[in-house]
Design a protein. Structure first.
Length: 132
């Protein structure tokens, strides 16, 4: 099993070299996953890739699944299963010390404070790769 991390900042939307339009960032993420996996596994056939994509990462899991199928075409990852876990958002309030669930990026503690830090839910990483 191969493990690697993918930095979400490197996968933001960027101008396409074809036509100058913007590409869907899920496609950029899928392409980067393919690159990261093939850099480590070479031409080995990949059966499955397991990702962790936090609910606050700004990535639509269904779109990423579709883009993964497109990005893997013609690569050793073609036909690989993509398993995505989506951990919930969590934040910590510096004012009252509470940890609480966060469903979106409107970061307000139930105590009313906006002095909060996201502690979970922004993950974007490759957890494992099944080779074979």
């Amino acid at each position: 099993m191969v493990k690697a991390r993918l930095n979400s900042r490197s996968c933001l939307s960027r101008r396409s070299s074809e036509g100058g339009g913007f590409r869907m960032h899920e496609l950029s993420i899928a392409e980067r996953v393919v690159e990261a996996v093939t850099e480590r596994t070479g031409d080995a056939h990949i059966r499955a890739v397991r990702l962790e994509v936090g609910q606050l990462a700004g990535v639509l899991a269904d779109s990423l699944r579709f883009c993964f199928d497109v990005a893997t075409d013609g690569t050793p990852l073609a036909g690989a299963l993509l398993d995505i876990s989506e951990p919930a958002g969590q934040a910590h309030c510096s004012s009252c010390g509470a940890d609480f669930a966060v469903d979106d990026l409107i970061l307000l503690c139930p105590c009313g404070s906006a002095d909060v830090q996201v502690i979970a839910g922004q993950e974007l990483k490759i957890l494992s790769v099944e080779v074979g």
